[in-house]
Design a protein around this ligand. Structure first.
Ligand code: M6R
Length: 589
């Protein structure tokens, strides 16, 4: 989380920094700041709130500067805690978490140094000042060696006005060379105009001085290959849509079509096929929406391939000393490929002998470096914090993998069943404006419940997550049969309950739960592909899905739920693209 940027070159730095920060805002947006170097000193401009608050900073003079957009971890979102942080001759921006900052801060305070913020990051500037004796790179290496945790750093020193220093451990950082100078950034779109891009790896450093870029590892200077971008680095635009979330929902059919695996054409198929043949057990590790796609995948894989699957929240997996039997395949699912918990879980599984396949949407992301194999969802860049098309793309890819695994195990599984999904999703999308009328029903509710059984439970979980993260309404996803074991106590007159029902064999069971809700005054919205239940007397409103292979139905049933969250968020006056307290890529623990 947090986005950082740096520029050194022929042009004024401030407008470039602010432009880059706008493109990094998906990483955090509770405060922002820039620093430039001009006439022997730093000028720092920071504000609480979004990058748009930095307008006044555009006039800061200087050809070298750094910038930051923050997602607060240590210290409240405030101007005081906003980056850049300066001490002595140094000013810096940091993305990551310094886990041992408290003892380090004590050490610095013991020397009489005074801190200006409550952040973990400021201690880095103090250590740099302490260790610097004329060789900034050496000071940066010594400082990095003292830090526990994760960091992507951009540093300026008063003694070297046009030079930027960068360091990375477990937080993404790229370096670019453009026509007008050199750049550092957390992600490609911030510096999309650069002609050459380089990924900094853990433990590496970079020194940028105008056009001159040098890279260093622990042992000394190193040469780096330029990044091979799968597609041209795009700068996302909303186009005709009011929000990125809405635009990205409309990209779902393409995301599904592009992510369905054509195994015959996939160059890594033969290697993966060997792994699939040897797989006895699958563990899926992921967070948030990606975790929900893991739950849907479990249903499909177990049903088609009869291989047991566990799905574990990555932050739990990494601390539970997991058992990794022979023949374990770990699927690490992450849209961004940068989620710290998922990376750590995958690393742990790998160290215990599992084969790791990463499922990610971002080429060159950290997870692609550590996995044995990578399968890319091809959803295109996703900007809205609330994941939509990337979820549908993950499902498309994981369903394809379930089919491939079944075939590798000699079971019957027909890939043709996947083919209609893009067109069906198009049909569903065309109906989602209905949710505009449903949203007002949720506005004043104290809480909303989402229920479903089997594969429908996964859609219920994801629908609930979408709603809570962008509308701020308390919401829970529940297995429909579990409601009566406690949660039903919370249902009273008018409580909205969204029931997902696409599994024919479970239909009557889910309808029991619907009736129990309705009998207590709850108002049920039924999302189903079984038209006979739409007019059931316990159903308040319904949304009819087109028929599709039941096992794959979450890829469709989630779409009206995404739309419901979107319209509810709007009706509550929120910005659906940038929900409070959240960020798109969670690179801290
Ligand atoms: O990039 P990842 O898929 O690893 O991200 C995992 C979660 O942080 C993410 O899905 C989060 O839950 C979304 N905001 C949900 O909309």
């Amino acid at each position: 989380m947090c986005g950082i940027i740096g520029y050194t070159g022929k042009e004024q730095a401030a407008p470039k920094l602010i432009c880059g920060l706008k493109r990094l805002e998906y990483r955090g947006y509770d405060s922002a700041g820039i620093a430039t170097f001009h006439r022997d000193d730093f000028s720092v401009f920071k504000r609480k709130g979004r990058v748009s608050e930095l307008k006044g900073g555009e006039t800061l003079q200087g050809n070298c500067g750094i910038g930051h957009t923050r997602w607060a971890t240590h210290g409240a979102p405030s101007e005081r805690n906003a980056h850049p942080h300066a001490f002595g001759r140094f000013v810096l921006v940091h993305n990551g978490i310094i886990e041992n900052y408290l003892p380090l801060r004590k050490e610095c305070e013991g020397r009489g140094e005074v801190f200006a913020s409550e952040t973990d990051s400021e201690v880095i500037a103090h250590l740099l000042e302490y260790y610097d004796s004329g060789d900034v790179l050496a000071a940066l290496k010594k400082t990095a060696a003292r830090l526990t945790g994760s960091f992507a750093l951009a540093v300026m020193c008063r003694d070297e006005p046009n030079v930027l220093y960068a360091a990375r451990r477990k937080s993404p950082l790229i370096v670019g060379r453009g026509k007008d100078g050199s750049y550092i950034a957390s992600d490609v779109p911030a510096i999309a105009e650069c002609e050459e891009l380089y990924t900094l790896r853990d433990g590496e450093f970079a020194v940028l001085d105008g056009d001159n870029i040098r890279f260093y590892g622990e042992e000394g200077e190193i040469k780096k290959e330029t990044m091979k971008l799968v597609s041209k680095a795009d700068v996302p635009e909303k186009g005709e849509y009011a929000h990125f979330m809405l635009k990205e929902m409309h990209e779902i059919p393409a995301a599904i079509a592009n992510s369905l695996l054509d195994f015959e054409e996939n160059s890594c198929f033969s290697a993966i096929n060997i792994v699939l043949c040897q797989t006895e057990y699958i563990e899926i590790v992921a967070c948030g929406t990606a975790y929900h796609s893991g739950i849907a995948a479990k249903h499909a894989i177990e049903a088609l391939a009869r291989v047991p699957v566990e799905v574990t929240v990555a932050s739990e997996y990494r601390y539970r000393d997991p058992i990794v039997p022979k023949g374990t395949l770990v699927l690490a699912v992450s849209q961004s490929g940068e989620t710290a918990d998922t990376l750590a879980a995958a690393e742990l599984a790998k160290s215990k002998g599992a084969t790791v396949i990463a499922v990610t949407n971002v080429p060159d992301s950290s997870i692609t470096q550590l996995a044995h194999f990578v399968l890319f969802t091809r959803a295109g860049r996703e900007v809205a914090v609330a994941a939509t098309k990337s979820f549908n793309a993950q499902l498309a890819l994981l369903y394809s993998l379930a089919v491939a695994l079944a075939r590798a195990k000699g079971k019957r599984a027909d890939p043709e069943l996947l083919r209609p999904l893009p067109a069906l999703s198009e049909q569903v999308l065309a109906e989602t404006e209905q949710m505009k009328e449903v949203a007002p029903l949720l506005l004043d509710s104290r809480s909303v419940y989402f229920i479903g059984r089997g594969a429908d439970y996964c859609a219920a979980l994801e629908g609930s997550l979408k709603l809570k993260e962008i509308s701020y309404l308390p919401s829970e996803g529940y297995p429909a049969g579990e409601l009566k074991h406690g949660t039903l106590a919370l249902v009273d007159e008018g409580t909205p309950v969204v029931a997902v029902l696409t599994q024919h064999a479970l239909a009557e069971k889910t309808m029991n739960a619907v009736s129990e809700v309705s009998a207590r005054g709850g108002k049920v919205l039924l999302v189903t592909n079984l038209p006979e239940y739409c007019s059931h007397r316990s159903v308040f409103r319904s949304f009819l899905l087109p028929p599709c292979e039941e096992l794959f139905s979450p890829i469709l049933s989630v779409i009206p739920l995404q739309a419901l969250a979107y319209y509810t968020s709007l009706a509550r006056g929120n910005d659906p693209d940038k929900p409070r307290n959240l960020a798109k890529s969670v690179t801290v623990e």
